[in-house]
Design a protein around this ligand. Structure first.
Ligand code: HEC
Length: 135
């Protein structure tokens, strides 16, 4: 039992040395949206869909760091409110997608909502996003 514990501690310490990329690249173009909409996106989406991720302490501790870094990497690839120039010409379609994800409670992801209670959107906040998306 004691041996197992020692092995686990060694593994835990060991994985801390595996490099994890926690970047916040420059903002190329911030999304242009009403302040009300932006504040909702900021508190519920920006950690994974912007270049202004708040890398809190536990995102620096393996193995949580592996999961958060990969969520952010993938999230930014799909949608990045800090690189809004990438959606030029497709803005209304992207807004529609955003609303659909929120409506179906797929975004923000459930595991994120458990830790970040402020990311649980109220009906009123959802309505604000729906109106903004033009649905
Ligand atoms: C914990 C990280 C995280 C948070 C917070 C988060 N997302 Fe995501 N989002 C992802 C990941 C990862 C993907 C890509 C994989 C997937 O679709 O599940 C994604 C995909 C998306 C997509 C694209 C779907 C597609 O098919 O391209 C939309 C739209 C989206 N998110 C909207 C939002 C909105 C709106 C919020 C805030 C209300 C939000 N997300 C919050 C991680 C996150």
């Amino acid at each position: 039992m004691k041996k197992l514990l020692i092995v686990l501690v060694i593994i835990f310490v060991g994985i801390q040395f595996i490099p994890v990329e926690r970047t916040n690249p420059p903002v190329t173009q911030e999304i242009n949206a009403p302040e009300q909409v932006k504040s909702i996106l900021k508190k519920a989406c920006y950690d994974c869909h912007s270049n202004e991720t708040n890398w809190v302490w536990y995102t620096k501790v393996a193995p949580v760091s592996f999961l958060t870094a990969s969520d952010v990497k993938e999230g930014r690839e799909h949608l990045n409110f800090s690189e809004w120039d990438r959606v030029k010409g497709k803005e209304s379609k992207v807004k529609e997608e955003i609303w659909e994800e929120v409506r179906d409670e797929k975004m923000p992801p459930w595991q994120y909502r458990i830790i970040h209670s402020e990311a649980k959107l109220s009906d009123e906040e959802k309505n604000i996003l729906r109106n903004w998306a033009g649905e």
